[in-house]
Design a protein around this ligand. Structure first.
Ligand code: ATP
Ligand code: MG
Length: 546
């Protein structure tokens, strides 16, 4: 019953919303009342308006107060005309206004009562609806806030992970930097001394002694390479980025790879002729490609295809946002793909970690990929690994596009070979480590220079102020009291055209921004051989040589 009433109320709410429906209901109810009275006329003598009450109730309920009044008025007029004259004749008395008035008042009351009950019900319904709406609102607000909080938590976790990673890199950087500094100084002495010993022995050397020296030199090279890889991972290796033609570089590495990877590995190239020049350290980029090619070879024990591709790519905001430390912009892409065994998701997740290797002891150090990754990050680039177990691996390297005339061009390797020992050029060596200084002095003397050496930048200043004429300042970068860069600047106040060659074992210093060498700086990385030193001297002296 209540349910039906609720349904009827629902209908009434709908019909009451339409003015046309309200008038139609009022008229319909009127026709019903008047018609009923006419049909039942013989049985209802004396009660002229009784059938209208049903119509008024319907009109009041489904159409509202005013339509009910319309039904009342029209019904009353119709019945006054059609019925009342007869009733008046049948029962003559002087109170014929009484039934009409009684009818009007009663119908007014019926309409009022129904309307107020309806309104009360209506109010209750709207309160319930409002409550439901508020509840739904609250639910959606709670859901929205929960989503926001989850997002904030996720963002914070990402930020914390990045911070953690940055702190880790910082700690590793400090540690490796500190070790590398001392280690490279020691290796500089070992390498240099072995080099000099071999040069001095000349033709009358005993083959066994030479092989001992070579062994020692090899071990020193490996130690230097290891230090270098650690520095690369820690993004602290001294880099010398230049404008590079990637296709030319890949072409020269390709020739080397074809010779060294073995016949079973077929090396293919796909070079985009319109590739942009990139800005990177030439030697390190070559090393990176060779590292990746060696990984590919190791992943293809029964042979396969190695493909090196170059191309241009613009990395947008949304892509860079998901990567660690990458700025949107133009990049040169080098992709190295193999058809090898691929990596499982677990191996892939850890492949960039230092010392992670799946190779047998002695076969891999696990520093290859971490070195490449560190180098790319330090160069403002990025690395992506794609691998499918059983199918192969692609490693994509992204390097920032070189802007117009940014940096120096890559050195033409031929120039480094034209070294003629200069005559009577004077070099001032500034180096705080006694062993390294002695070695530098010996190497320079061996190359035919006149050498002055001091162990502190202040002494160097005094010498120059006292009038010592030199052609080249060869200075360590990291020294107590004043660094090499500051020393060179002070000396240039006295000798503006002074040529400078810097040397360092790692990058925590003044001539490197973010590990990248300033454009005007020539840097020799420790440890170095006598030949390396000769090449850099040519670089530093430039046209003034000879
Ligand atoms: N092209 C590849 N295909 C399959 N697995 C690879 C590939 N490149 C790297 N890996 C996996 O990632 C691991 C780490 O590679 P990474 O170059 O850092 O070290 P490594 O090659 O093991 O040692 P190192 O490079 O020092 O000789 C490898 O041991 C290997 O499991
Ligand atoms: Mg490797």
């Amino acid at each position: 019953m209540l349910k039906r009433l609720a349904i009827a109320t629902g209908w009434a709410r709908r019909t009451r919303n339409s003015p046309v429906a309200r008038i139609a209901i009022a008229l319909g109810a009127c026709v019903l009342g008047v018609g009923g009275r006419l049909v039942l006329d013989p049985y209802l003598t004396g009660t002229p308006f009784i059938t209208l009450f049903g119509g008024i109730v319907i009109a009041a309920f489904f159409a509202g107060f005013w339509p009910a009044m319309l039904t009342t008025a029209l019904g009353a007029i119709a019945l006054e005309i059609l019925i009342m004259p007869r009733v008046a004749i049948a029962r003559p008395h002087d109170m014929d206004w009484l039934p009409t008035t009684f009818f009007l008042l009663t119908s007014l009351m019926i309409a009022l009562i129904i309307e107020s009950v309806f309104r009360a019900h209506e109010d209750r319904l709207s309160v319930v609806e409002e409550l439901a709406r508020l509840n739904a609102d609250l639910d959606s607000q709670v859901a929205e806030r929960t989503r926001q909080l989850e997002q904030q938590v996720a963002e914070r976790q990402v930020a914390e992970a990045r911070l953690h990673q940055a702190e880790k890199m910082d700690a590793i950087g400090h540690l490796t930097g500190g070790i590398a500094h001392d280690f490279n100084n020691m290796l500089a002495i070992i390498t240099g001394s072995l080099d000099l010993a071999k040069r001095r022995m000349g033709a009358q050397s005993d083959a066994r002694i030479v092989s001992h020296i070579d062994n020692a030199a090899n071990a020193a090279d490996r130690a230097a390479a290891l230090t270098h890889r650690l520095l690369a991972y820690a993004r602290k290796q001294p880099l010398d980025p230049r404008r590079l033609d990637v296709n030319a570089l890949v072409g020269s590495v390709h020739a080397l790879l074809e010779r060294s990877l073995g016949e079973q590995v077929i090396v293919g190239l796909h070079l985009d002729p319109a590739v942009w020049p990139c800005h990177a350290d030439q030697t390190q980029l070559e090393t990176a490609i060779i590292n990746l090619a060696v990984n590919a070879r190791d992943a293809m024990p029964d042979g396969g295809h190695l493909m090196i591709e170059t191309g241009n790519i613009a990395l947008d905001e949304s892509y860079c946002g998901q990567q660690d430390d990458l700025t949107p912009g133009d990049y040169v892409q080098i992709a190295i793909s193999d058809t090898g065994i691929g990596m499982s998701p677990e191996v892939q997740a850890r492949a960039l970690d230092p010392f992670f290797t799946t190779k047998d002891v002695g076969k891999g150090t696990g520093l290859g990929l971490s070195q490449v990754y560190g180098f790319l990050k330090q160069s403002g680039g990025h690395l992506n690994l794609y691998s499918e177990e059983g199918k192969g691996t692609t490693v994509k390297l992204y390097l920032p596009r070189a802007t117009v005339r940014e940096g120096r061009d890559a050195v033409d390797p031929d120039t480094t070979l034209r070294f003629v020992p200069p005559q009577n050029l004077t070099v001032l060596v500034v180096e705080d480590d006694d062993g390294v200084r002695a070695m530098a002095r010996a190497s320079l003397t061996e190359l035919g220079f006149i050498v002055h050496d001091v162990d502190s930048p202040f002494e160097a200043l005094q010498l120059i102020e006292a009038g010592l004429a030199i052609d080249l300042l060869f200075t360590d970068v990291v020294m107590p009291g004043m660094n090499g860069r500051q020393l060179a600047e002070r000396l240039r106040e006295i000798r503006p055209d002074l040529k400078v060659l810097y040397t360092t074992g790692y990058t925590r210093n003044a001539i490197l921004h973010n590990g990248v060498i300033d454009n005007d700086v020539v840097l020799l990385v420790k440890p170095y051989s006598v030949d390396d030193l000769a090449r850099k001297i040519i670089d530093a002296l430039g046209p003034s040589l000879n």
